[in-house]
Write a protein that binds this ligand. Structure first.
Ligand code: DSN
Length: 419
């Protein structure tokens, strides 16, 4: 494998080899990351990357699209079936572009949008001043209740009625609780606003009924394909038939040119995998694994935002232990545990420092770990945090991680790349 890369570009070969080694060697707990199957990996590395196919299946601006049309139509049909949606657009290069095109499809620029506060779990594209969403729209935000650290429908209603936005965006990047799309969707529509759910983090759970379904309650649903859904890196839009034309037009030519046909083929492969019975078992395991970590943390002096989790992620308040997210992320990395620092609701620290650590179970679940291993992992984290990042503890955890990962091989063929 990679013989040609090794010959043509030894520097890139070496970077790839080291990254493959890192993924195997460390415990991947970044909640938005996952490990794709070998089938998805294979589909990405194909000559489909060579094809220009601006337009949509059967209506392209280039000749020679008959075979990539098959791939894209399969991806569309499978996404619609998987999520029970009227229409799917599988071309967004990313979740951000899926969101951009969807906002353009639903509302005029300059209108009011309302998304979850970035510092309370939201995403940059849901209305941050440093993002296109903040440049093109008048942004407002909702947050979580100070006591419960969860969305309170009454507070949400008050905010929505006060601001009267044109569009409200549900969904989050760091929210450990289930989102009640039905109740919140009704509130949004009651003021005449459009409702969009960005389910990037929870798409896999939604696909198999392990999280409340947004599709019947939203005008548009956007997602990435590479988080719990376990597909290649990319975006996806699902919508009601009435928005199909506007969504397609706003992806291409609205904000993208040629689609990435190798990635679309890989998305199709991942949707096929997601329709198999094993995928439901896998998604359930993701939640069970997060719950196992929650239980382990509860036994220790570790505070979880909102007290725990309903999904694949947990937000730890390491400020409670007198630490910052920044230093904890670095210390855990030295212990071979990969996480990211994250703002927690009402955080007193700056975004580059933070009081929180976000952890998620999808990647380790893909590696085959179950509740016992997840409890061990949570206890490794608690050991490091409770010791206040003591170097001897970090060293001892590192040794235990090095032993644990040996039993859960990742991409075995890739581990054998010659130096
Ligand atoms: N960067 C992603 C995450 O980590 O949640 C969101 O796009």
């Amino acid at each position: 494998m990679l013989d040609n890369v090794r010959k043509v570009d030894p520097e890139i070969y070496s970077a790839i080899q080291k990254e493959v080694g890192r993924q195997h060697q460390k415990l991947e707990l970044i909640a938005s990351e996952n490990f794709v199957s070998e089938a998805v990996l294979e589909a990405m590395g194909t000559p489909l990357t060579n094809k220009y196919a601006e337009g949509y299946p059967g209506k392209r601006y280039y000749g020679g699209c008959e075979f990539v049309d098959i791939a894209e139509q399969l991806a569309i049909d499978r996404a619609q079936k998987l999520f029970g949606a009227d229409h799917a657009n599988v071309q967004p290069h990313s979740g951000s572009q899926a969101n951009m095109a969807s906002y353009m499809a639903l509302i005029e620029t300059g209108s009011k949008i309302m998304g979850m506060d970035l510092s309370q779990g939201g995403h940059l594209t849901h209305g941050s001043p440093v993002n296109f969403s903040g440049h093109l729209y008048e942004v407002h935000s909702y947050g979580v209740n100070r006591e419960t650290e969860a969305i309170d429908p009454d507070e949400f209603r008050k905010k929505v009625e006060e601001v009267k936005p044109a569009l409200v965006i549900l969904g989050a990047s760091a929210y450990p609780r289930a989102i009640d799309f039905k109740t919140l969707g009704e509130i949004i529509h009651s003021v005449g606003a459009k409702a969009l759910a960005d389910i990037a983090h929870i798409a896999g759970l939604v696909a198999v009924g392990e999280h409340p379904d947004p599709i019947p309650h939203m005008d548009i649903v956007t997602s990435t394909t590479h988080k719990t859904l376990r597909g290649p890196r990319g975006g996806l839009i699902l919508c009601k038939e009435e928005y199909a034309k506007a969504v397609n037009k706003n992806i291409f030519p609205g904000c993208q040119g040629g689609p990435l046909m190798h990635m679309i083929a890989a998305k199709a492969v991942s949707f096929q995998e997601a329709m198999q019975p094993e995928f439901k078992v896998y998604q359930k395991q993701i939640k069970d694994n997060a719950k196992a970590m929650e239980e382990a943390f509860r036994q220790r002096d570790i505070r979880m935002v909102s007290g725990g989790t309903d999904n694949h992620l947990i937000l730890l308040d390491v400020g409670h232990n007198g630490l910052t997210g920044k230093e904890t992320e670095k210390a855990l990395d030295r212990a071979y545990i990969t996480v990211n620092k994250n703002m927690i609701p009402f955080d007193q620290q700056k975004p580059f420092v933070t009081s929180g650590i976000r952890i998620g179970s999808p990647a380790l679940t893909s590696r085959g770990m179950k509740q016992d291993e997840m409890k061990l992992v949570a206890n490794f984290i608690a050991d490091v945090v409770e010791s206040k990042l003591d170097e001897a503890v970090i060293e001892s955890v590192q040794a235990k991680v090095a032993e644990l990962v040996q039993a859960f091989p990742l991409y075995p063929r890739w581990q054998e790349l010659p130096a």
